[in-house]
Design a protein around this ligand. Structure first.
Ligand code: CMC
Length: 425
């Protein structure tokens, strides 16, 4: 934090005093909302590298120190002591639940976990090899149609119910999408199970309802969902907020968030990492992969490396790195890709190119190896990310709806086209 309370910007013969906002944690922010009115100037910041788009009390990241807090709680403590459902409650409500509140929340999620049978018609209309993220976006968009008429965004109870429905139904949709890709019949979530076990059973149970729940698998998936649950104003959350700022309903906003997450620079990186590791194939090829990643002309980047905010380490990657070895051991899985990943990480961390640019493994570097060990197909990896991130998306949407400063998101541009010209042929 600086000592500045305001900054003065001189623009030719005009000058404007801009207040400096003081966050609880993190960098001070110059409030430029008066700038255009008083000077006629806009600001330009491609990729929003220095722009805060909202005030938020949900998640804090210190990229230099590798800190990630949900509602003030360090990610390391939540990963060790909490559960995904408890974290979802925390993100949405602002405080950790007591035992009775947690039980009631779990019961609400269970009650909301079913989806209308018409969803199966929609999912069934896609080719079996259609990308699951396309189907997930479409099926969440279908929820927006189903609940649109009955949704009063001014009603706090209805807003909360919509948020809960999304957290409850995204796993069910994900399971149905997986089953469709495998040619398995559609099924119902098992209401007797907890959130993660319910998702696993619905996903993997055989046509005659058999699935043996492994506590190690449940624990691993629960932890991955916690780590993915929120990450402040990342591209998909900002998309949810941008769509939400128009007054669109939360299902439509989250469907847009899913499409933003899909890209390989964002959540799609977990799928891209596994494909990259498979292509590298063996630890012997790591050196040439690092060389290629440094060659801008190759168009190849080390997937799972680098982050806009983390410039020291990604705390989620640290947790996942340790967990990967444990999970593989517990499940008795030996994956040669783990050796490739370890060697690649070591090589990049010692390389001047990556050191100078502060590029470290991010959350996606090892998560794919765990998902693979849990027998989740590569194309489903980003769906797993979306499942966890839904909790964060709806928490941000809820926060935005009661923000007195909320306006429709509408950036300006630096126009680079023609000056006015006359139409003549
Ligand atoms: N491999 C090789 N070079 C890289 C990489 C990489 N993975 N990431 C960044 N660079 C270089 C980049 O070429 C640039 O070099 P120079 O300064 O010489 O032009 C410099 O590092 C800065 O990169 P940038 O693209 O300006 O940084 P950014 O903040 O705009 O992008 C990023 C961040 C995550 C999109 C980028 O690091 C990347 O493409 N990483 C690979 C994809 C990936 O793993 N994405 C998952 C992000 S974490 C999960 C999530 O929250 O979504």
């Amino acid at each position: 934090m600086s000592d500045l309370d305001q900054v003065t910007l001189n623009a030719g013969d005009k000058s404007v005093v801009l207040p400096v906002l003081k966050p609880t944690l993190g960098n001070d922010c110059v409030d430029i909302s008066k700038l255009t009115k008083e000077t006629g100037l806009f600001t330009y910041d491609s990729g929003y590298t220095a722009t805060a788009s909202c005030k938020s009390a949900i998640t804090f990241i210190d990229g230099d120190e590798g800190v990630l807090l949900y509602r003030g709680y360090p990610i390391e403590q939540l990963s060790e002591k909490s559960s995904f459902v408890e974290v979802a409650y925390l993100l949405v409500n602002g405080e950790l639940p007591d035992a009775a509140q947690l039980k009631a929340f779990e019961a609400e999620l269970t009650a909301e976990s079913t989806v209308d049978a018409s969803i199966n018609t929609l999912i069934g209309s896609f080719a079996k090899d259609a990308h699951p993220m396309a189907i997930l976006a479409a099926s969440i968009a279908q929820l927006s149609a189903k609940y649109h008429a009955s949704l009063d965004l001014a009603d706090e109870v209805q807003r909360r119910q919509a948020a809960l429905r999304l957290i409850a139904k995204v796993p069910t949709l994900s399971a149905l999408i997986y089953r469709h890709s495998q040619g398995l019949p559609a099924n119902q979530p098992d209401a007797s199970l907890d959130y993660v076990s319910r998702f696993l059973k619905q996903t993997f149970e055989s046509a005659d309802g058999q699935y043996e729940i492994s506590p190690a698998v449940v624990k691993a998936l629960d932890l991955l969902f916690i780590l993915h649950a929120d990450h402040e104003q990342n591209a998909s959350t900002s998309t949810v907020r941008l769509v939400g700022s128009t007054g669109a309903n939360p299902y439509a906003s989250v469907a847009a968030g899913v499409t933003a997450l899909w890209g390989p620079a964002h959540g799609g990186a977990n799928e891209a990492v596994l494909k990259m590791l498979e292509e590298i194939g063996s630890a012997d090829n790591v050196e040439s992969a690092v060389l290629k990643a440094k060659d801008k002309a190759s168009g190849f980047r080390l997937m799972g490396f680098g982050h806009r905010v983390y410039k020291n380490f990604d705390p989620r990657a640290k947790i996942i790195g340790v967990m990967t070895k444990q999970v593989l051991e517990e499940l008795g899985v030996q994956d040669p890709l783990l050796d490739v990943a370890v060697k690649l990480e070591q090589a990049a961390l010692q390389d001047e190119y990556f050191v100078a640019r502060k590029l470290y493994p991010n959350v996606d570097f090892y998560s794919g190896i765990i998902y693979k060990a849990l027998q989740i197909p590569t194309e489903m990896f980003t769906v797993m990310f979306a499942l966890g991130r839904t909790a964060g998306w709806v928490a941000h949407w809820l926060e935005q709806q009661v923000d007195p400063e909320m306006k429709i998101g509408r950036p300006r541009q630096v126009y680079t086209g023609y000056d006015v010209r006359n139409y003549s042929k």
